[in-house]
Write a new protein. Structure first.
Length: 212
């Protein structure tokens, strides 16, 4: 782990909290946080900032697999890499990550370590939430048309943003959204324009008004 930290020119915070098996690392926007290639047993939890999981196939094509927000977990025990596909956790903004080896997670650092036990609970909850998010992603990708994918994504954002109105704010860049939907930005923007013309939505940048 130390070699990885040095290669990525990140800053290791020179402290541990009362749970000795945890380590905090800071990353800059655009840094590779972790490469999931089947050879490691590190679990990460995003503490601050935003990140995403990208998958790169044998042809070098990149697509967005999942988005990470504060409290989300990632690692090879959560995402099992497939042959010929590489998964990379990337920093979308400056961020701070808590790292722990999986075996340390299963074996508390000392008897009745409350912080360690709380970490385990948080990781289990986060893993459950990520499983739901990945199921949603599969459901969206299974839609037949790009329009159907966009509508499903907008409806999901309306639900999680807890908005009583039909207005949502897209929380990611259009480039990231296009990769999440399995298309390119140009095709997606053309479809959004057609949806405006057809009276399905009224968009202004990342602000989307859903028209019933």
């Amino acid at each position: 782990m130390e070699d990885f930290i040095l290669k990525k020119n990140t800053t290791v915070l020179d402290r541990f909290d009362s749970c000795e098996s945890k380590k905090y690392v800071s990353f800059r926007k655009g840094d590779i946080i972790l490469t999931l290639n089947g050879s490691g047993d590190t679990i990460g939890m995003l503490q601050e900032g935003k990140a995403y999981i990208a998958c790169i196939d044998a042809d070098g094509q990149e697509s967005v697999f999942d988005f990470l927000r504060a409290g989300d977990c990632f690692g090879e025990y959560i995402i099992t890499p497939l042959e010929s596909i590489e998964y990379i956790a990337m920093a979308e903004t400056d961020c701070r990550v808590l790292f722990m080896h999986f075996d340390k997670l299963l074996h508390p650092c000392r008897a009745d370590c409350k912080n360690h036990n709380e970490l385990i609970k948080r990781m289990l909850v986060s893993t459950s939430e990520k499983a739901k998010a990945l199921s949603l992603h599969v459901s969206i990708l299974n839609k037949k048309s790009l329009r159907e994918k966009l509508i499903a994504y907008f409806e999901y954002q309306k639900k999680i943003q807890s908005s009583d109105s039909d207005t949502i704010i897209i929380p990611i860049t259009f480039e990231r959204l296009a990769k999440y939907l399995g298309t390119n930005r140009s095709a997606m923007m053309r479809e959004i324009k057609r949806m405006n013309d057809d009276g399905i939505i009224n968009s202004n940048g990342k602000r989307i008004d859903l028209i019933r």
